[in-house]
Design a protein around this ligand. Sequence first.
Ligand code: PMP
Length: 435
Amino acid sequence: NSVFAHVVRAPEDPILGVTVAYNKDPSPIKLNLGVGAYRTEEGKPLVLNVVRKAEQILVNDSSRVKEYLPIVGLADFNKLSAKLIFGADSPAIQENRVTTVQCLSGTGSLRVGAEFLAKHYHQVNGSFIFFILFFLFLRTIYIPQPTWGNHPKIFTIGGLSVKTYSYYDPATRGLNFQGSMYICFLSCYDDFFFGVIGLLDDLSSAPSGAIVLLHACAHNPTGVDPTLEQWEQIRKLMRSKGLLPFFDSAYQGFASGSLDADAQSVRMFVADGGECLVAQSYAKNMGLYGERVGALSIVCKNADVASRVESQLKLVIRPMFSNPPIHGPSIVATILKDSNMYNEWTIELKAMADRIISMRHKLFEALRARGTPGDWSHIIKQIGMFTFTGLNSEQVVFMTKEYHIYMTSDGRISMAGLSTKTVPHLADAIHAAVT
Ligand code: PMP
């Protein structure tokens, strides 16, 4: 008898499970819009030309060895990654108050950041009451509602307590920024109820010192981002309340096609001289999904704090995975430090972003041509890899059963999985699902 006989089968991951179901479907017209990975017009995975070139350079360099990297990873890669997200002229970098460590893609960077915060982030001013309060509000991170399904798990396992803040308004399929002033009559109480619940309200009532997870751009799963004016309001509010920003930057360059535009939110928070954390991933913007290449940067008040923070990050990483892989960051560093290769990358990156944006327009037009009931303008307003369609779980089940279209049950579709050829099929399915 197995000593593991009592182990119960775990449920499939809600996102990766979509692909499992898709793979089992024998239909020739099946369409996988679940997974968040770029596909070409032909529906094929893409390795960027500039990545192939960088790999060739690495292979031809006989001086390269496969020794372990240091605990914090490849030094060049870390420097170039900080420059990419904070900007080439970032004062925080020049003042040496940023520490960057290479981690296992975006997920690993968030995980290392979480564990570091759980161990070392104390908003204690020395007073006893503050100390008690600190334990009561134990290193809480506020994550948007909804958010990428892995966030709550990463932060909980990393040792933080997880709460949510309002983010998405299903009525407008846009940002729930101010909350909506609505009055409803509660017959059971014979009373009126005034409701104002929005992102700003929730962050205003978060306890001072709480950590707030922010999607730097292309919010997953909603595709809804704050405008620059709204970012500025969020920044002011967070700084005035002493809330600590933790940016998740998984789509830099992939949302708008511009690396700088997609880093604006992060740069606004760094420009005010305050502290923050940033988790970066090269999965999407360089197509390095399986290489697991990413970085965690912590912007500190001064160089001395930054170097002490780095020494503690090593203690988080060492027992977790000892040191990170060498191939992925070598590709990234080769591209980022050569101006020709860098330019080539930005062109290929923009082509991916543009193809996704063109799929948005094609799907929107196809629904309009069919006279599909409802307002579908959110398809062209939302940005990044995903559209949060507003389809409910029954409609999703219907589309899978009748049209062999696979997506997560919250109605999120990956625009990168669509092509000119498959848009009509999806539009037919959506039309049938809502009529
Ligand atoms: N954050 C968000 C919002 C994401 O969508 C993803 C990828 N789906 C990640 C982080 C991390 O991805 P990876 O670990 O592959 O870099």
